[in-house]
Design a protein around this ligand. Structure first.
Ligand code: ADP
Length: 196
């Protein structure tokens, strides 16, 4: 299920909230700062322990890392680094799509049944909201459709297994929330959700 809300992502009692982090992963402005303030010092300590892939980079652009949520109502924080927008012709769409895909994959691997995304890259990083929302909605829809197809395939492949299912348990469906910080952004998402 996909839901669009207008609100503060730090207040959501979901399995995972996604942080629009930067590569060093030690906090910053915007939603990143809000998440670190609400989660407390332990989040900073946990981020410090994420190994650097090269000096000053714990999470390259487009990738994702997971930590506990500490003082947040959310169980996990999935940190992903969106692209800084230049003109849309420097790999920004692919990198932004990868943020959504990798965050969803990490949520699924960790058994999350609900995940909330902010509008990644559309603040300080300058990604136009309409373009970013189209990518976000497309990637989430594709992920959920692929997951449903995989689950259905598994059921068909093994119709006589206990519960009518194959050995591996069916992974839970994931509720995805787009948490917009303004009503204007939420309106953009509502419109795009029907189009994409
Ligand atoms: P980026 O650097 O990826 O652009 P920003 O944090 O500057 O990240 O902005 C990303 C989006 O997060 C923007 O739409 C901004 O309005 C929104 N945002 C800021 N604070 C919060 C919050 N507490 N909850 C949800 N969204 C937020």
């Amino acid at each position: 299920m996909i839901k669009i809300i207008h609100g503060d992502i730090t207040t959501l009692a979901v399995d995972a909230i996604v942080n629009a982090a930067n590569q060093v992963m030690l906090g910053g402005g915007g939603v990143d700062g809000a998440i670190h303030r609400a989660a407390g010092r332990e989040l900073y300590e946990a981020c410090l322990k994420v190994p650097e892939v090269r000096p000053g980079v714990r999470c390259p652009t487009g990738e994702a890392r997971i930590t506990p949520g500490f003082k947040l109502p959310a169980k996990f924080v999935i940190h992903t680094v969106g692209p800084v927008y230049r003109d849309g012709n420097h790999g920004e769409p692919e990198k932004l799509a990868a943020c959504y895909r990798n965050s969803l994959a990490l949520a699924a691997e960790n058994g999350c049944k609900s995940i909330a995304f902010p509008c990644i890259s559309t603040g300080i990083y300058g990604y136009p909201i309409e373009d970013a929302a189209k990518i976000a909605v497309r990637e989430v829809k594709e992920f959920l459709a692929a997951k449903n197809a995989k689950d259905a395939e598994r059921d068909v492949a093994c119709p006589h297994a206990p519960n009518g299912r194959a050995g591996a348990p069916r992974t839970p469906q994931i509720d995805v929330i787009f948490c917009c910080f303004s009503e204007r952004d939420a309106d953009v998402y509502r419109r795009i959700l029907d189009l994409v």
